[in-house]
Design a binder for this molecule. Sequence first.
Ligand SMILES: [Zn+2]
Length: 114
Amino acid sequence: MDVKEQKLYAALLTEIRDELEKEIRREQEGVEYPTAGDSMDVAEFHLNQAVRSELHNRYESLYHKVVGALERLRDGTYGQCVQCGREIAEKRLRVVPWADLCTACQQASDEKAA
Ligand SMILES: [Zn+2]
Protein backbone atom coordinates (compact mmCIF):
# COMPACT_ATOMS: atom_id res chain seq x y z
CA MET A 1 0.00 0.00 0.00
CA ASP A 2 1.45 3.38 -0.95
CA VAL A 3 1.54 6.53 1.16
CA LYS A 4 -1.29 8.15 -0.72
CA GLU A 5 -3.60 5.24 -0.01
CA GLN A 6 -2.54 5.13 3.62
CA LYS A 7 -3.50 8.77 3.95
CA LEU A 8 -6.89 8.10 2.43
CA TYR A 9 -7.55 5.27 4.87
CA ALA A 10 -6.28 7.36 7.77
CA ALA A 11 -8.68 10.18 6.87
CA LEU A 12 -11.56 7.77 6.46
CA LEU A 13 -10.89 5.93 9.71
CA THR A 14 -10.44 9.17 11.64
CA GLU A 15 -13.81 10.34 10.39
CA ILE A 16 -15.48 7.07 11.38
CA ARG A 17 -13.82 7.21 14.80
CA ASP A 18 -15.08 10.75 15.42
CA GLU A 19 -18.61 9.81 14.39
CA LEU A 20 -18.57 6.80 16.72
CA GLU A 21 -17.31 8.92 19.58
CA LYS A 22 -20.22 11.29 19.06
CA GLU A 23 -22.70 8.41 18.97
CA ILE A 24 -21.33 6.82 22.12
CA ARG A 25 -21.40 10.13 23.97
CA ARG A 26 -24.94 10.90 22.80
CA GLU A 27 -26.16 7.54 24.07
CA GLN A 28 -24.62 8.04 27.48
CA GLU A 29 -26.27 11.43 27.84
CA GLY A 30 -29.67 10.36 26.56
CA VAL A 31 -30.57 7.98 29.39
CA GLU A 32 -33.57 9.08 31.43
CA TYR A 33 -35.53 6.89 33.78
CA PRO A 34 -39.33 7.40 33.64
CA THR A 35 -40.45 9.35 36.71
CA ALA A 36 -44.12 8.38 36.92
CA GLY A 37 -45.13 4.89 38.10
CA ASP A 38 -46.60 4.02 34.73
CA SER A 39 -45.73 0.38 34.06
CA MET A 40 -45.95 0.82 30.31
CA ASP A 41 -43.34 3.52 30.43
CA VAL A 42 -41.08 1.39 32.55
CA ALA A 43 -41.44 -1.58 30.21
CA GLU A 44 -40.72 0.64 27.28
CA PHE A 45 -37.77 2.12 29.07
CA HIS A 46 -36.23 -1.29 29.63
CA LEU A 47 -36.84 -2.28 26.06
CA ASN A 48 -35.17 0.91 24.90
CA GLN A 49 -32.32 0.25 27.28
CA ALA A 50 -31.82 -3.22 25.83
CA VAL A 51 -31.76 -1.86 22.31
CA ARG A 52 -29.50 0.94 23.37
CA SER A 53 -27.02 -1.33 25.11
CA GLU A 54 -26.98 -3.65 22.11
CA LEU A 55 -26.24 -0.67 19.89
CA HIS A 56 -23.75 0.61 22.38
CA ASN A 57 -21.85 -2.68 22.37
CA ARG A 58 -21.74 -2.60 18.62
CA TYR A 59 -20.51 0.97 18.54
CA GLU A 60 -17.91 0.20 21.20
CA SER A 61 -16.52 -2.86 19.48
CA LEU A 62 -16.41 -1.07 16.14
CA TYR A 63 -14.78 1.90 17.83
CA HIS A 64 -12.00 -0.31 19.20
CA LYS A 65 -11.44 -1.85 15.80
CA VAL A 66 -11.21 1.56 14.16
CA VAL A 67 -8.79 2.83 16.82
CA GLY A 68 -6.70 -0.32 16.34
CA ALA A 69 -6.59 0.24 12.60
CA LEU A 70 -5.41 3.83 13.13
CA GLU A 71 -2.66 2.52 15.39
CA ARG A 72 -1.57 0.05 12.73
CA LEU A 73 -1.50 2.88 10.20
CA ARG A 74 0.91 4.70 12.49
CA ASP A 75 3.01 1.56 13.01
CA GLY A 76 3.10 0.87 9.30
CA THR A 77 1.46 -2.53 9.73
CA TYR A 78 -1.91 -1.45 8.41
CA GLY A 79 -3.30 -3.77 5.74
CA GLN A 80 -1.54 -6.81 7.20
CA CYS A 81 -3.39 -9.63 8.86
CA VAL A 82 -2.63 -9.53 12.61
CA GLN A 83 -2.82 -13.30 12.74
CA CYS A 84 -0.92 -14.66 9.74
CA GLY A 85 0.86 -11.47 8.59
CA ARG A 86 -0.32 -11.78 5.02
CA GLU A 87 -1.65 -8.76 3.20
CA ILE A 88 -5.36 -8.12 3.51
CA ALA A 89 -6.95 -7.84 0.07
CA GLU A 90 -7.51 -4.29 -1.10
CA LYS A 91 -11.06 -5.29 -1.98
CA ARG A 92 -11.72 -6.22 1.64
CA LEU A 93 -10.19 -3.05 3.06
CA ARG A 94 -12.40 -0.93 0.86
CA VAL A 95 -15.48 -2.52 2.41
CA VAL A 96 -14.07 -3.00 5.92
CA PRO A 97 -11.29 -0.42 6.36
CA TRP A 98 -10.82 -1.46 10.02
CA ALA A 99 -10.26 -5.13 9.13
CA ASP A 100 -7.42 -6.67 11.13
CA LEU A 101 -7.73 -10.19 9.70
CA CYS A 102 -7.44 -11.45 6.16
CA THR A 103 -10.45 -13.21 4.68
CA ALA A 104 -9.13 -16.68 5.53
CA CYS A 105 -8.38 -15.85 9.17
CA GLN A 106 -11.69 -14.01 9.52
CA GLN A 107 -13.55 -17.06 8.27
CA ALA A 108 -11.69 -19.33 10.66
CA SER A 109 -12.47 -16.97 13.55
CA ASP A 110 -16.16 -16.72 12.56
CA GLU A 111 -16.42 -20.49 12.47
CA LYS A 112 -14.88 -20.74 15.91
CA ALA A 113 -17.34 -18.17 17.26
CA ALA A 114 -20.37 -19.87 15.68
ZN1 LIG B 1 -4.64 -14.00 8.03
